[in-house]
Ligand binder design. Structure first.
Ligand code: SF4
Ligand code: SF4
Length: 108
């Protein structure tokens, strides 16, 4: 629970991307799946005409339009359309489970 939040939180905007996959170009190498920083892509169950499994997006509301999947794809089989910007609906703590909880100097 946050006891305070930034005063401009409602004005913050994050980019939003719409991922498009050209199934017939894909060779199912999985590079885009491996390197998406948001872990939004998975290899799909269906196959294209060459027998490869193209990727699909699992959380299409969370793509931040970084373009890394399109940049790394060796076959130009995936690209991202600009979906504009939106206000984030959630705030993620930077204190991951592996980090030690913050302590004030008085606690030491
Ligand atoms: S644009 Fe970035 S966040 Fe969106 S699917 Fe591609 S790699 Fe992931
Ligand atoms: S990087 Fe390109 S070719 Fe490889 S799985 Fe992703 S879309 Fe298909």
């Amino acid at each position: 629970m946050f006891w305070r939040s930034p005063l401009d939180r409602n004005r913050l905007q994050i980019p939003f991307g719409v991922v498009q996959v050209i199934d017939e170009r894909c060779k199912g190498c999985g590079i885009c799946v491996e390197f998406c920083p948001k872990h939004l892509l998975v290899i799909s169950e269906h196959t294209n005409s060459k027998g490869y499994h193209p990727p699909k997006i699992i959380e299409d509301q969370d793509c931040v339009n970084c373009g890394l999947c399109a940049l790394l794809c060796p076959d130009f089989a995936i690209y991202v359309e600009d979906g504009g910007k939106r206000t984030p609906d959630k705030v993620i703590s930077i204190r991951g489970s592996g980090n030690k909880p913050w302590k004030s100097p008085e606690d030491c």
